[in-house]
Write a protein that binds this ligand. Structure first.
Ligand SMILES: O=C(CO)[C@@H](O)[C@H](O)[C@H](O)[C@H](O)COP(=O)(O)O
Ligand SMILES: [Zn+2]
Length: 185
């Protein structure tokens, strides 16, 4: 089989296995929809490809996904290079997201932490602080959920080991969450 066919088959197999997450994706969608409807905001964080997912999904919420509606509040904690470099330089890279949760997060907001391993220290630290501040936390991880599994209110652990395949499911799940959030408008 060619590499192209093989990767498409891998993707299809992970997609089929991800059907096991449908009930929890529905719960996460309701959590996001209700928080936004009550005037709370979404905070996204993650590293590398998951930083890109954070920005992509925050843009769907502030701009629009598929429906003409009012703007809704969402922030990717991955985008402000002055904040990221200052906090990393002064306090260490592990605190780049938690420091922003401390400054920007309010009770009732939702932190969406994205990590294929579920173990990225800066994402885990952001989740721990978010819980202390009364935010709800949705995790997007790979199989098992790593350290995030027991910290998140809802941990959507894609049943796969390969980073790229996990990320492909993360952006699909993120788009579904955006669509559910938009239902309220
Ligand atoms: O996109 C990719 C690989 O597909 C990479 O940039 C990947 O996101 C980075 O290696 C991250 O640092 C991995 O972190 P995590 O998913 O384990 O939290
Ligand atoms: Zn990638």
């Amino acid at each position: 089989m060619s590499i192209v066919k093989e990767r498409m088959a891998d993707h299809a197999a992970v997609l089929a296995a991800t059907e096991s997450l449908i009930p929890d994706i529905e719960k996460a969608g309701a959590l996001v929809r209700d928080a936004l409807a009550q005037g709370h905001k979404l905070l996204f964080c993650g590293n590398g490809g998951s930083a890109a997912d954070s920005q992509h999904l925050a843009a769907e919420i502030v701009g629009r996904f598929q429906k003409e509606r009012c703007s809704l509040p969402a922030i990717a904690l991955t985008v402000d290079t002055s904040v990221l470099t200052a906090v990393a330089n002064d306090y260490g890279y592990d605190t780049v997201f938690s420091r922003q949760v401390e400054g920007l997060g309010q009770a009732g907001d939702i932190l969406i932490g994205i990590s294929t391993s579920g173990n990225s220290k800066n994402v885990v630290a952001a989740i721990e602080l978010a819980k202390r501040k009364g935010l709800k936390v949705i995790g997007l991880t790979g199989a098992g959920g790593g350290k995030m599994a027991e910290l998140c209110d809802i941990c959507l652990a894609v049943p796969a080991q390969v980073t790229a395949r996990i990320q492909e499911m993360h952006i699909m799940i993120g788009h579904i969450l955006c669509e559910i959030a938009e239902e309220a408008y």
